[in-house]
Design a protein around this ligand. Structure first.
Ligand SMILES: [Zn+2]
Length: 411
């Protein structure tokens, strides 16, 4: 099939309202100085304390929101205003780590001298709309340098990337009536999407828009089953203004594939498959993200004991994309990969949700994490940790595919 005949669309130019503000959790406190050194501690610590007994002042609670591809907003509490005359928003390349020498000041904000509870805000205007990730911190200029010592602020990761995450189906949809390990895909995908959104924001500095945040989904007056069938493209169209789109699912095979009852499939069928839309199929950068997600998922599923193969077949371009086939989907002991599935016109996406994202000009993917027709997968989901495992793998894959870093390995 001609993936290369993909419709070339202009990226949607409509301004994207950042509807969700990411509050990154502080990962490490400021070095609080003088009264924390235990008595009898090393001579070096005592010497340092004696040399500088001033009170440390630093900015904690920095948060970011992605305003657009060229603007990142930063906010922080004003609780140090009484000690500060001014704040400097510092930026460094994320990959350099916190100890980088590449910190540069991108904005200065004056203190009004009194903590009133009104947070400070600044906008970092980026030179262009290339997708990028930075580390930010806010440094303080102290009012009384004899009594106060300015410490570097807590650093956070932030980016100008906004991804749209679609928890597949709706609450209560696609139930496997297994008394030993009951499973509902539409419930599980919501749990997965929430965990992914959390990991992306907190660990990678990537903002997320969810197509639904509860069991129900409503768009343009349509709800649940209508948005899972005839009007499903509307879900993908919600990605307008985002940089990437992911519809999260778990897979199923044909009835009685491999000679086993449908819901009693072997572990060996488990493989992550990523379905690219026509917009992503022609973008080597987007395919890198798909490759990284697939590789992370394959490894995570094997480590979790619900897959036998920990490999994923990466693709470099549209000509390497596998076309859809039931035989491949049902195949055991085969690595996952990225594929496309087109309608009979050979040009538009078979899956409405991906067609919607393509209409919005957004590279999009359906991510089939594993097979809910495998009892071990359902059992692992029922223990409560599978959504977290797969969400962390997705987050690592998205970050790695973009060339970004994650704190805490993306978990
Ligand atoms: Zn599904």
């Amino acid at each position: 099939m001609g993936a290369k005949s993909a419709v070339s669309r202009t990226r949607a130019q409509a301004a994207c309202l950042a509807v969700l503000v990411a509050l990154l959790m502080a990962l490490a406190g400021c070095a609080s100085v003088e009264d924390t050194a235990p008595s009898g501690s090393a001579a070096a610590a005592n010497a340092a304390s004696a040399a500088d007994a001033r009170t440390a002042v630093c900015v904690e609670g920095l948060a970011f929101s992605r305003v657009s591809r060229t603007q990142i907003a930063l906010t922080w509490p004003d609780e140090t205003d009484a000690e500060a005359t001014a704040y400097r928003v510092m930026r460094a390349n994320a990959g350099d780590g916190e100890d980088t020498a590449s910190w540069t000041c991108v904005a200065e904000v004056a203190s009004d001298g009194a903590a009133t509870g009104e947070p400070h805000a600044a906008i970092d205007e980026l030179a262009d709309d290339t997708l990028r990730q930075y580390r930010y911190r806010v440094d303080v200029e102290v009012r009384e340098p004899e009594a106060l010592r300015a410490e570097p602020g807590e650093a956070i990761l932030a980016s100008n990337v906004l991804v749209c995450v679609d928890p597949g189906h709706f609450g209560g949809a696609n139930v496997v009536d297994d008394p030993a390990a009951p499973y509902c895909e539409g419930d599980f995908t919501l749990e997965l999407a929430r965990a992914l959104a959390h990991d992306l924001r907190r660990s990678c500095g990537i903002e997320v828009r969810l197509t639904r945040s509860t069991g129900d989904i409503t768009i343009d007056g349509y709800t649940n089953s209508a948005l899972d069938s005839g009007h499903i493209a509307l879900r993908g169209e919600l990605a307008a203004g985002c940089d990437l789109f992911f519809s999260l699912h778990t897979n199923a095979n044909l009835d009685n594939a491999n000679g086993s009852p449908t819901f009693e499939q072997t572990l060996a069928i488990t493989k992550p498959v990523v379905i690219a839309n026509t917009c992503a199929a022609t973008s080597p950068e987007a395919l890198q993200v798909a490759n990284a997600i697939g590789a992370e998922l394959a490894r995570a599923s094997a480590q979790a004991g619900i897959a036998t193969c920990d490999e994923f077949d990466a693709v470099a371009g549209a000509d390497e994309l596998r076309a859809w086939s039931d035989a491949y989907n049902d195949e055991v002991n085969a690595p996952g990969t990225v594929y496309v599935r087109l309608r009979d016109d050979g040009a538009s996406d078979y899956y409405g949700v991906l067609r919607g994202a393509a209409t919005a000009g957004v590279p999009g993917f359906i991510v089939e994490h594993g097979f809910h027709t495998v009892p071990a997968m359902r059992a692992r989901a029922a223990t409560g940790d599978l959504a977290g495992i797969w969400a962390a793998a997705d987050a690592r894959g998205i970050a790695r595919g973009l060339g970004f870093v994650c704190e805490d390995g993306g978990v």
